[in-house]
Ligand binder design. Structure first.
Ligand code: ADP
Ligand code: ADP
Length: 226
């Protein structure tokens, strides 16, 4: 069963000045462990796709399902990483990661070992007692990735996760994300403006047209899969 499926999805927003057609006839099936990049100009509906996959917005037409289940309400078990991290400066790094299980009413202590493992995976071993303001932008995004992965989500959604980082950090984070993906084999949707980054990471790159966003082209890459 597909991890995520968009079936002929269109989305219009109602606004005071009339409807805005953000997305038209979007059709895509994402298999287990597949890495999909989505590139396209600003306003072509990339963020809208992620909002709909996580049940925060709904299609005007068409269907979306996660693991075969239609998305009809906010899906809390997806992992999401945004362009700007949403870490809380008054909580330690460890406590920031454990927010996820806390919010879901789970026993946070049960997740401690996994949180520490994830920190190790992203090269932040020993940083658990530090605070976000003590970390660089790249480090903060690494923590955001840990937080997104703590509850073993079936799908990792990333909306320009490295867009706010300097070029060098960004390049390094791309290599790290590739490594994380090789280790975890999560299904990933990765939104970016950077075609090179998209191609480097993905099994398939979805290229969108300007608004209304439609699929212009699907590029299959030849990643070496072990
Ligand atoms: P980006 O191009 O970086 O994805 P946008 O400016 O297109 O950022 O949108 C950021 C968020 O703001 C969107 O996810 C959407 O929810 C909201 N948004 C964008 N445009 C509008 C709008 N015209 N009215 C209300 N909310 C909007
Ligand atoms: P992208 O992420 O590719 O920049 P978005 O999904 O953020 O695109 O937005 C697609 C289009 O829909 C844009 O024109 C944006 O202004 C509009 N839009 C997004 N969210 C809203 C919203 N909540 N209300 C009205 N218009 C929106």
């Amino acid at each position: 069963v597909a991890t995520l499926e968009f079936q002929n999805v269109s989305k219009s927003y109602q606004t005071a000045t009339g409807p805005i057609e953000a997305l038209r006839d979007f059709d895509l099936t994402i298999g287990e462990g597949e890495f999909i990049s989505i590139v396209g100009p600003s306003g072509c509906g990339k963020s809208t796709l992620l909002s709909m996959a996580s049940g925060l917005a709904f299609p005007t037409q068409g269907k979306i399902s996660v693991k075969g289940e239609p998305v009809s309400e906010p899906v809390t078990d997806l992992g999401i990483v945004f362009q700007t991290d949403v870490l809380l400066d008054w909580r330690t790094i460890l406590d920031n990661i454990l927010i996820q299980p806390e919010m879901r009413g789970l026993d946070r202590n049960a997740y401690r070992p996994r949180a520490l493992d994830l920190l190790k995976m992203v090269g932040l071993e020993g940083f658990e007692k530090k605070y976000p303001y003590e970390l660089s932008g790249g480090m903060r995004q690494r923590v955001s990735i840990c937080r997104a992965l703590i509850h073993e989500p079936p799908l990792l959604l990333m909306d320009e996760p490295f867009g706010a980082l300097d070029a060098l950090t960004r390049e390094q984070m791309v290599m790290e994300l590739h490594q994380i993906w090789l280790e975890t084999r999560k299904s990933v949707i990765f939104i970016t403006h950077d075609i090179q980054e998209a191609v480097l990471l993905a099994d398939r790159v979805i290229v969108m047209t300007p608004r209304p966003g439609r699929i212009a082209e699907i590029i299959k890459t030849d990643l070496p899969h072990p």
